[in-house]
Design a protein around this ligand. Structure first.
Ligand code: HEC
Ligand code: HEC
Ligand code: HEC
Ligand code: HEC
Ligand code: HEC
Ligand code: HEC
Ligand code: HEC
Ligand code: HEC
Ligand code: HEC
Ligand code: HEC
Length: 320
């Protein structure tokens, strides 16, 4: 413990000396134009910490809002990396204090102050495990969507500090076409609140397609909740084993059961019904019987009830 303390002290002394060197050496570059984030942050990295109380005196509103959030309430004490209070994220504040209010002397999380990826890296110094482990290189990271794009540290509106009151509202700023589907007549119970976008997706990155949380394929994602459709069946229906989304639109549809098209049209995309049971079967033929249209109109699944597959020995045609 004793020797560890000494090492820390030595590192600190060396650090302060370095800071002094860098600051005197770069006095002229302090007038660098605002917005050169990289330069600003390298200066800050070399700066000095002044302590949270100093910041509080001038930024009362941000401090109060912050204290009501999980970061402000407890986490910073629990997290050793966060002993620097405000300066954990905003970086050492001495320069900003010496030159009161100079925005370029403090790390700013606005898009003019810092690139999204740079901001994400700061957050990821703590949030880099579990569901966050695959952030780097994820679809959002790649496309310049950073942590502060979706989250607000000081003035969150929704659960988990998101910037909108609900997830669909947040996501719709960029995925309007998808979010619009949950307003359709038939939809996953997202509007009702029993499912949220993150029931199926991990916005922080995933090893699966389409940022899906479960299963390496879309089908595995579906059957993680609808296990009874997983199979294997004695009699498989090829498109079911292949892709649930051939027939279902996961976000919402104007047809019953989230179907991409109404039955029988859905079935007729693949099956030529003019060839439907050409022989009499249990007393009817669809082609010639007077009741044929009615039968078809009432839907193929009236007879082919086990449309996802059958385990009955005689269930080849999914009747049972
Ligand atoms: C003596 C008063 C004072 C102190 C102390 C102070 N600031 Fe500031 N700060 C200001 C002023 C003035 C501005 C400029 C505000 C503006 O232009 O909207 C500013 C701007 C900022 C900004 C940029 C705001 C923006 O609009 O992007 C951040 C971030 C910030 N301060 C954080 C801190 C932190 C962290 C501390 C403690 C290390 C701190 N400040 C200490 C006065 C102060
Ligand atoms: C120094 C470590 C640290 C840094 C840096 C940090 N966080 Fe956190 N954050 C925490 C801890 C610890 C918690 C857990 C608080 C708790 O559970 O009480 C937390 C919680 C959260 C939560 C969850 C809040 C909730 O309601 O459960 C969000 C969202 C979050 N942080 C986003 C961010 C973002 C965005 C950044 C970057 C701007 C960031 N964090 C930077 C340590 C950090
Ligand atoms: C595309 C929007 C989006 C982006 C970008 C994003 N988040 Fe989130 N985050 C969410 C949503 C939605 C939730 C709530 C659902 C959940 O828990 O997964 C959440 C939850 C969290 C939580 C609390 C739950 C948990 O998993 O611990 C933390 C912490 C968090 N985010 C941190 C971050 C950090 C750090 C980054 C950047 C590396 C980031 N987020 C980027 C949307 C986003
Ligand atoms: C966990 C990281 C983190 C901590 C800790 C933190 N901030 Fe911030 N701060 C941010 C982010 C991210 C933004 C961008 C706006 C937002 O997300 O709410 C920001 C924005 C600001 C702004 C600019 C004005 C605004 O609202 O956009 C000021 C001023 C500020 N913070 C001051 C402080 C003060 C004072 C503290 C300490 C009480 C503090 N911050 C602690 C991450 C942090
Ligand atoms: C600021 C804009 C923005 C926000 C907000 C946003 N996204 Fe994205 N999202 C993107 C971009 C850009 C991509 C990459 C698109 C691509 O690769 O075609 C993406 C990709 C995705 C993908 C993967 C698509 C694929 O084809 O692999 C999913 C799933 C996704 N986002 C879900 C969400 C969810 C859920 C939310 C809300 C929690 C959200 N996004 C919020 C911009 C955003
Ligand atoms: C019940 C699970 C589920 C829920 C809830 C869900 N999604 Fe999806 N999402 C999926 C599946 C499965 C796919 C892949 C579809 C495909 O491959 O055709 C997908 C694809 C996407 C894509 C990629 C779009 C594309 O055309 O490739 C985006 C973006 C997306 N979802 C956003 C969202 C948003 C935003 C929400 C919340 C409003 C949400 N999802 C809710 C299951 C879900
Ligand atoms: C996170 C769990 C979850 C995942 C993943 C999921 N669902 Fe669902 N699904 C539900 C819930 C909950 C309902 C509503 C059940 C109810 O209302 O009885 C539902 C309902 C449905 C319905 C019936 C709608 C109706 O009108 O009765 C269909 C069809 C469906 N899901 C297909 C899918 C498909 C296809 C996938 C994959 C793309 C999928 N689900 C992924 C949870 C999930
Ligand atoms: C060939 C088209 C097709 C494919 C592929 C398909 N389904 Fe369906 N699904 C249907 C039809 C048609 C219905 C409506 C059945 C009815 O009304 O009796 C339905 C109904 C459902 C229902 C709600 C009623 C019920 O039986 O519980 C769920 C949940 C469902 N499907 C999940 C899935 C899952 C999960 C997959 C992928 C493993 C999948 N479906 C693949 C055509 C399909
Ligand atoms: C995406 C294309 C596709 C869709 C949509 C589709 N099917 Fe199929 N169906 C197939 C394929 C492929 C087979 C396997 C054919 C084979 O083995 O000869 C099959 C097999 C069948 C069989 C068993 C036939 C046999 O000879 O074994 C029945 C019955 C059937 N489908 C009914 C339906 C019904 C009813 C619908 C609508 C709810 C439907 N299908 C939607 C592609 C589809
Ligand atoms: C009144 C009940 C009934 C209805 C409604 C019905 N079917 Fe059938 N279907 C059967 C029977 C019975 C067989 C088995 C015929 C046999 O044993 O040769 C069959 C066989 C099939 C086969 C496999 C044999 C072949 O001809 O390829 C397909 C595919 C099929 N049906 C598709 C459909 C589609 C698509 C619809 C809706 C347009 C539909 N069925 C409506 C009773 C029905």
């Amino acid at each position: 413990m004793q020797s560890f303390g000494k090492t820390v002290l030595r590192v600190l002394v060396a650090g302060i000396a370095l800071v002094w060197l860098v600051q005197t050496g770069s006095a002229s570059s302090n007038s660098a134009p605002a917005g050169s984030a990289a330069k600003a942050s390298s200066q800050q990295a070399a700066g000095e910490y002044v302590g949270q109380e100093k910041c509080t005196s001038c930024h009362e509103a941000q401090t109060n809002a912050y204290k009501a959030t999980p970061h402000g309430r407890s986490s910073l004490e629990r997290s050793p990396a966060a002993a620097q209070g405000c300066e954990t994220c905003h970086g050492p504040g001495k320069g900003h204090l010496d030159d009161v209010g100079d925005k370029t002397k403090i790390r700013r999380f606005s898009t003019t102050g810092m690139a999204p990826r740079e901001a994400s890296e700061i957050c990821a110094t703590c949030h880099d495990r579990g569901t966050h482990a695959l952030w780097t290189g994820s679809q959002h990271d790649q496309r310049n969507v950073g942590c502060p794009t979706c989250h607000s540290v000081h003035s969150p509106k929704g659960e988990k500090q998101i910037k909108a009151t609900t997830q669909p509202e947040l996501c719709s700023t960029c995925h309007r076409n998808v979010v619009n589907k949950i307003s359709r007549f038939n939809h996953m119970p997202v509007r009702e609140g029993s499912l949220v976008c993150s029931s199926c997706h991990n916005p922080h990155g995933s090893p699966n397609v389409k940022l899906l949380k479960a299963g390496t394929t879309v089908n595995e994602a579906c059957t993680s909740c609808h296990a009874e459709k997983r199979g294997p069946y004695l009699w498989e229906h090829a498109p079911v084993a292949n892709a649930c989304v051939t027939c279902h639109e996961p976000h919402g549809s104007n047809n019953e059961r989230l179907l991409v098209a109404k039955v029988p049209f859905l079935c007729q995309r693949c099956h030529v019904t003019s060839r439907h049971p050409p022989t009499v079967y249990e007393g009817f033929t669809l082609r010639t019987s007077a009741s044929a249209n009615r039968l078809i109109g009432s839907g193929c699944v009236v007879c082919h009830v086990q449309i996802h597959g059958s385990n009955a020995p005689s269930g080849k045609y999914f009747h049972r």
